[in-house]
Write a protein that binds this ligand. Structure first.
Ligand code: C5P
Length: 413
């Protein structure tokens, strides 16, 4: 979901150090460029043994720098000019040796030198050039106390460490030390640039449909792909929140760093949400919860017996999760946002829900126009009035909604 040009206008200095994960750097560069970034590559001598500067120049459209004595920079000071032109420096892969040199403040090649020379002004924070590291190495090298010490030192000096992941390694061993994948690193960078409007907040999101079993093979459900709720979980996490996502049955990947609890029925969603709610500052109920469930779920498949007699389904009402959370006593009650998926009279129904569920904000959308799609249009309804968010990708709308929520929630005590 990165057709949004999320990195438009960002200039990324991508550093490559020696490691087999250099093969992923080509893909990463393409992902960054596709997301709208301009990319300047700087490589260490060892990196050039794994992938050529020719490849990286072709992918970025810019000549690669490898040498501190490179005379192309205006004042012959590539280590000064290159970091000052960047919005962020991302070193991927960052080898054990490079991190060790960084931790010591060494300046023995262009990349280490420019990391040391990057603006970290404690006087003017707006001029700071952040440094992100994506470590990649054998698991023994990663877990070695010397590496752990160096990583901790680099982080204490201001570097942001992304990963590493756990899994199969090029050397044949399995463990922690794999570099994050190109799309994961792209998303980490996108998240890094989002304003941290919900820093220190905890956000609970319900998403997807519920499924109410009739028998072991049939059930009652609602249309819902879960995409809007998952986009909100991702946007809240990008904005710095600690996010818990309670998801009905959907086929979607969990947004990075989001805690996910999977459920099937409305009752299970209720039982998962209720104990979580008091520990959260905000609850966004995007789930399309089934209003009714069969009074009894048959243990065996109901068979046609040839008599053309249709089985009678007795339904009972499901608990209203949002209304229950909104009625929790003050101090245990998160700030609640409800969703209204309607086929007509959107604002009228949204306003009814605002009152009936006593929540401070209802977000309306036209159900049939959005089910399963990547795009949506929203209308925000609260006591002050209505506000339309123009049609766009769900992630873009989710980020706008996060801004609206951040403006409305009470200040943290
Ligand atoms: O009651 P209605 O389905 O019209 O309201 C929709 C809003 O209420 C959504 O935010 C939905 O997630 C929430 N809801 C709920 N539990 C239900 C029904 C709806 O949390 N049983």
């Amino acid at each position: 979901m990165s057709t949004l040009l999320d990195l438009h206008g960002k200039h990324v200095l991508l550093g490559l150090t020696g490691g087999i994960a250099c093969y992923k750097a080509a893909d990463l560069t393409r992902e960054l460029v596709k997301a709208g970034a301009s990319v300047q590559v700087v490589m260490t001598e060892s990196a050039c043994r794994f992938i050529t500067p020719v490849t990286m120049q072709a992918l970025t459209g810019h000549p690669v720098y490898t040498d501190p004595w490179d005379a192309r920079a205006g004042h012959n000071m590539a280590h000064i000019d290159l970091p000052r032109a960047a919005d962020a420096i991302l070193v991927a892969p960052a080898s054990a040796d490079f991190i060790a040199r960084l931790a010591q403040g060494r300046a023995d090649d262009l990349l280490a030198l420019l990391c040391l020379a990057r603006p970290q002004s404690h006087v003017d924070a707006t001029r700071r050039v952040p440094l992100l590291l994506a470590p990649a190495m054998n698991r023994e090298m990663w877990s070695h106390p010397a590496t752990q010490r160096n990583v901790a030192q680099a982080a204490a000096d201001g570097a942001i460490v992304l990963g590493p992941a756990c899994g199969e390694q090029a050397c044949g061993e399995v463990g922690e030390g794999r570099m994050l994948e190109a799309d994961e690193l792209r998303d980490e960078l996108i998240a890094f640039f989002q304003p941290k409007l919900l820093a220190g907040r905890r956000v609970l999101v319900s998403a997807g449909p519920t499924f109410e079993p009739i028998d072991p093979v049939r059930g009652i459900t609602n249309h819902s792909s879960g995409k809007m709720g998952f986009a909100i979980a991702r946007a809240a996490q990008e904005a710095g929140a600690d996010v818990t996502l309670v998801a009905g049955p959907v086929q979607l990947a969990t947004p990075r760093h989001v805690r996910r609890i999977d459920v099937t029925s409305a009752q299970q969603m209720h039982d998962a949400v209720l104990p979580e709610a008091p520990a959260h500052d905000v609850f966004v109920a995007t789930a399309a919860v089934a209003d009714w469930r069969p009074a009894r779920a048959d243990g065996r498949k109901i068979k046609k017996d040839g008599s053309r007699k249709v089985p009678a389904l007795e339904l009972v009402e499901n608990p209203d999760i949002l209304a229950t959370v909104a009625r929790l006593p003050a101090g245990q009650r998160p700030w609640c946002v409800g969703f209204a998926a309607e086929s007509h009279d959107l604002v009228k129904h949204a306003r009814d829900k605002l009152v009936r569920k006593s929540v401070p904000l209802i977000v309306g959308n036209v159900g049939p126009a959005t089910f399963g799609r990547d795009d949506n249009a929203l209308v925000l309804v609260d006591a002050a009035g209505e506000r339309e968010l123009a049609p766009g990708p769900k992630l873009a709308l989710a980020r706008q909604l996060v801004r609206e929520i951040a403006e409305r929630i009470p200040a943290k005590r």
